[in-house]
Design a protein around this ligand. Structure first.
Ligand SMILES: [Ca+2]
Length: 626
């Protein structure tokens, strides 16, 4: 492919590749080619809505402000995932990453051939598709499978006469989370900084906010460069432009969280005069739209604007072009494992109200991951919490999830006032609860399959997507009902969990064990059932039962068996889960354990090693500051 530009014969290879595309798809060209627009789709990393055109006075973003003044700005656009690659995979396949089984950050599972990357229908219609990222959180589609050329190099401007149109995806990394790490440049702010109530106000926080605004300025400069290149190449009149951030911002309790700070994103759409008839209803230069939009809507709408065939598995609602569809009433948000720490949460928002369900409420909200603690502000916040210097709102992030959350983001934009027990909201909450379950069923959410089982299925001939659709493997309705009971942390459900530990299906047994684990010592009446489950044929059931037993009887009782599980694990995720059980039990006595010292007994996956290094140093989180 043309990505071979670093290889010996880049030019000839590129020509050959392009010729192949033409030969393959020439039959798809109608006798009189329909005129189509070019598309530029700009995604910036991690900046959320901290832009001048979204009312942020500290943000210097003249290029995006100009684009918004000439186009339409959306106020209710959501990234379905609050983190990079699962959000991008949702765009890639036009459906939630939870449907594809690509929701864990990061993972590399196979994608079913039933799910089609947006590149394929575009290339079939002889679009020249350029981009840069190959990191779409799966093993099937890497950049060499996707792009005709590189967007950053402007390959689409030199696509040749055989390609009437281009579809260019620009990814801008200047505003990525890592730019707030260490000593990246910080910016003196011109206006008072409004620090959200869940963050602490100190110099580290203020300095890191300065880094955020500095990085956003650079991001905006890149947007300007890309827009100038479109004009310089004479394509401006024929090019529709979409701009989004791939998820929310990067300061603490933003990226990786289902709150608006992690999922509500800026979205600007620009239609040149020639294609104004395809613009959404109410489109005027400088207008705003309150329509509820998510990433599945955006990619499906882009394909519709290009007039290409939309795969039947694309689940978005089209909001522009010849055949717009009604807006979704509610948008589904999801989060799973982040790096070395497993978790499972889902949310629904209608743009105002937000319902969040945390299916593992015995985990901390801040998962104490190594990566985000590269930020001085997050370290300072953790230190202040550990010293008891944070108030209730600032402490919540380092304490365990609550099973359910409900917010009115209109009166409480920072989502700090959980209304889940508010009498005035109970009817609405009941409706959101039922609606969330229905969304999970409608999207055939694969996120309730314990990941060691996903890892094991993926090693076989099938994909997780196909496996979960085989009769009896994944009874989703029953699984969700049990997961709801499990996450409710109510000891009244113990008899149900005891019974379901005997279910023939390992996914059901896993959620029964988890229901007992989240009860801690209250699960003591089920101790014998858990001892039996600690010998289960499925590793996720064994690990969860051992962790539950460790909570009842003390970590020492389960440590050797969890360690044995890690040493003999069949895969990196399996190993990571076993070590994760030790971390959840805050087990610190492995430093001198003879087995644990032998690194070669462990799988080499990065996440297993993260956990292992923590535990090896006699702590559960060695990267945490004292
Ligand atoms: Ca990102």
């Amino acid at each position: 492919m043309s990505y071979a530009s670093s290889e010996p014969f880049p030019i000839s290879l590129k020509k050959v590749t392009n010729l192949l595309w033409i030969i393959f798809f020439v039959c798809a060209i109608p006798a009189v080619a329909e005129e189509r627009p070019n598309i530029v789709f700009i995604l910036s990393e991690d900046n959320g809505s901290f832009l001048g055109c979204y009312g942020d006075k500290n943000a210097q973003t003249p290029n995006l402000d100009k684009l918004a003044a000439e186009g339409q700005r959306y106020t209710n656009c959501f990234a379905n995932a609050p983190v990079c690659a699962p959000a991008r995979c949702t765009l890639l396949l036009g459906t939630h990453a939870t449907t594809a089984g690509t929701h864990h950050m990061r993972s590399a599972y196979k994608v079913s051939s039933a799910l089609i990357p947006f590149h394929h229908p575009l290339q079939k219609a002889v679009y020249f598709v350029t981009g840069s990222k190959g990191d779409y959180n799966n093993a099937t589609y890497r950049k060499e499978h996707l792009w005709n050329g590189q967007a950053g190099k402007g390959d689409h401007f030199n696509r040749g006469d055989a390609f009437p149109n281009f579809f260019a995806v620009y990814n801008i990394e200047h505003s990525h989370e890592s730019r707030a790490f260490g000593n990246h440049p910080t910016k003196k702010l011109q206006h008072p900084l409004e620090i959200p109530p869940y963050q602490i106000d100190n110099q580290a926080t203020r300095d890191d906010w300065g880094k955020v605004y500095s990085s956003i300025e650079k991001m905006d400069e890149s947007v300007g460069d890309f827009l100038k290149a479109i004009e310089r190449n004479g394509e401006a009149d024929n090019t529709i432009i979409f701009y989004i951030s791939d998820h929310g911002g990067i300061m603490i309790r933003s990226k990786r969280y289902l709150y608006d700070s992690g999922t509500r994103v800026p979205f600007i759409a620009y239609f040149p005069e020639k294609w104004r008839h395809l613009a959404p209803e109410g489109y005027q230069p400088g207008s705003t739209s309150e329509r509820l939009v998510d990433f599945t809507d955006i990619i499906k709408t882009l394909l519709h604007l290009c007039g290409v065939e939309i795969p039947a598995t694309y689940t978005g609602n089209i909001f522009a072009g010849k055949s717009p569809e009604p807006a979704k009433e509610r948008v589904l948000l999801f989060s799973g494992r982040f790096d070395e720490s497993q978790d499972c949460s889902r949310a629904l928002t209608d743009g105002r109200y937000k319902y969040i369900r945390n299916y593992e409420p015995d985990r901390r909200a801040h998962q104490l991951l190594q990566y985000p603690l590269g930020q001085n502000a997050q370290i300072a916040h953790y230190r202040a919490y550990a010293r008891g210097e944070t108030n209730k709102t600032q402490s919540a992030i380092f304490e365990c999830h609550v099973p359910e959350e409900f917010y009115d983001t209109q009166s409480d934009p920072h989502e700090v006032n959980n209304l889940i027990t508010s009498p005035a909201h109970q009817d609405l909450i009941t409706d959101f609860r039922q609606s969330l379950d229905q969304h999970l069923i409608d999207t055939h959410d694969l996120g309730f399959i314990p990941e060691p089982l996903m890892e094991s299925v993926n090693k076989g001939d099938t994909t997780i997507y196909e496996w979960a659709r085989e009769e009896g493997n994944y009874p989703l309705k029953e699984v969700i009902a049990l997961a709801n009971l499990a996450s409710s942390q109510d000891p009244a459900n113990i008899p149900t969990f005891q019974k379901e530990l005997g279910n023939a299906n390992p996914v059901m047994r896993y959620w029964a064990a988890l229901g007992l684990r989240v009860l801690g010592k209250d699960a003591a009446p089920a101790e014998l059932d858990l001892i039996k489950a600690s010998n289960d044929s499925d590793p996720s059931v064994r690990i969860t039962a051992l962790t539950a037993l460790g909570k009842i009887k003390g970590p020492q009782s389960s440590a050797d068996l969890l360690l044995e599980e890690a040493v003999s694990a069949n895969g990196n995720i399996h190993c990571n889960w076993a070590l994760g059980g030790l971390k959840l039990l805050d087990y610190r006595s492995l430093k001198n354990h003879p087995k644990f010292g032998k690194q070669n007994l462990f799988n080499k996956g990065p996440y297993s090693n993260c956990s292992r290094n923590d535990l090896l140093n006699g702590k559960t989180y060695t990267h945490l500051p004292e």
